[in-house]
Design a protein. Sequence first.
Length: 560
Amino acid sequence: MNDEAPRDFIRQIIYSDLESGKHSEIVTRFPPEPNGYLHIGHVMSICLNFGVAEETGGRTFLRYDDTNPGKEDVEFVEAIERDVHWLGFDWQERLTHASNYFEELYQAAEKLIELGLAYVDSLSADEIRAYRGTLTEPGRNSPFRDRSVEENLEMFRGMRAGNYQDGEHVLRAKIDMASPNMNLRDPALYRIRHTEHQNTGDAWCIYPMYDFAHTLSDAFEEITHSLCTLEFEDHRPLYDWFLDQLKPPHRPRQIEFSRLNLAYTITSKRKLSQLIEDGIVNGWNDPRMPTIAGMRRRGYPATALRDFVKRGGVTKKDKLIEMGVLENCVREFYGDSAERRMAVLRPLKLILTNYPDGQVEMMESMNHPNDPSMGTREVPFSREIWIEQDDFMEEAPRKFFRLKPGGEVRLRNAYIIRCDEVVKDGDGNVTELRCSYDPDTRSGSANSDRKVKGTIHWVSAQHAIDAEVRLYDRLFTVPNPNSAEMLSDVLNPKSLEVSAAKLEPSLAELKEGEAVQFERLGYFCLDSQDNTAESPVLNRVVTLRDSWAKIEKEAMASNG
């Protein structure tokens, strides 16, 4: 890290700890739950935890918080590893699971019982909630709170042995039922779950709660700085209580930072899962999803995501970042790196009546207008071509500089043409344009000095590749869909439009992972799941301009 660059508050703490000699090596962890796919909010945590360790020559653990077997799956475990690697980070040999420490966690729980700081409670879940109190009223002690150490140990060992049913007992910490911090009102440490675990199989039928397992896993792995989001700030006293009572050889420090919230998205795994179950999207990697897998499939580059979270910054203040910021990161990346191609998304046939029938010319086209080093390609031109429906208007306003009856435009890298005749079907829909070309106006020729105001792209009908192009947009119509009573009320009906497109033939060579700019239309890439050589499928990554900017600005202003 450049010592002259401004440091966020977490880096200030970390570098101060190194300079003071408190730590000689920084050790962090990224601890996802394998109960769904990672999303854009996780990118901030991944970049922060791996980033500060890399900058200081430290280490980062990828540790699965796999303490809730009923919601976990090997599919999610494998997806998490793919996503972290794709973002550019490597945990090397430091891949761990909270479940790796189940025996050590169990022994720590027994130690709390022996210290008189934990007890087996036989209240039902509803009764525990009732006894817990409220934010304004203290809780009440469970009638089972004063069981003896011997009875608690016997019952807890019976829980482990499988002698009880799910929910029959829980192990709770004995702290303070009158604490103003609800997390300290005798929180649960273990519950009974006769459920197969994706990592440990059927070896256990009791599972530790998150706060207990997370704290001690940090200690076991000698984490120096346990970086987590602000919702865990109220959990920090419990984190410290566990460390104070159990006194592990290593004591980590928890530090909280604000979540990265992206406008027009939701990141609740429960709600994302519901979108899948309801058929709104097609799986966790649907390109409309805010998951890393979805954004990768859509064509977002990892560099753009890392740049986005860097721009968002590491702060203590909650923030809702405009979608346009992320999309601009994508545009900036591809603006320099993506080659240009021509494609027609909503084809309209155009026939050049005075062009020789059967003739084909090869038009030289630059692969990038600002970078000659990217070279050129040859694009076939023939008598019949496809143009965009939007590039023709029969009753055009004065400032419409594309094609209209009697009007002229230049075909990109080709000729100037004039619209002579409009052909319609029985319903009055335009089905074909008949035009004439000026043979003396070929682009690049010595005598091509005639100017027209409009230039449009095209694809030779004879040589076109037929492809399905998926035009993705924002999934919701409001910046904060979580505020809606029903998500269905704010779904964007145009979040996906499918086009039967016509592509220039060079796009047959496009490889998975590459993106190109369709001139005047946006950036596109092959779909990694559905594309085949016989039936090409491409996704729109992002448009060339932020068409939502004005809407978003007005919406943000109205929300204060």
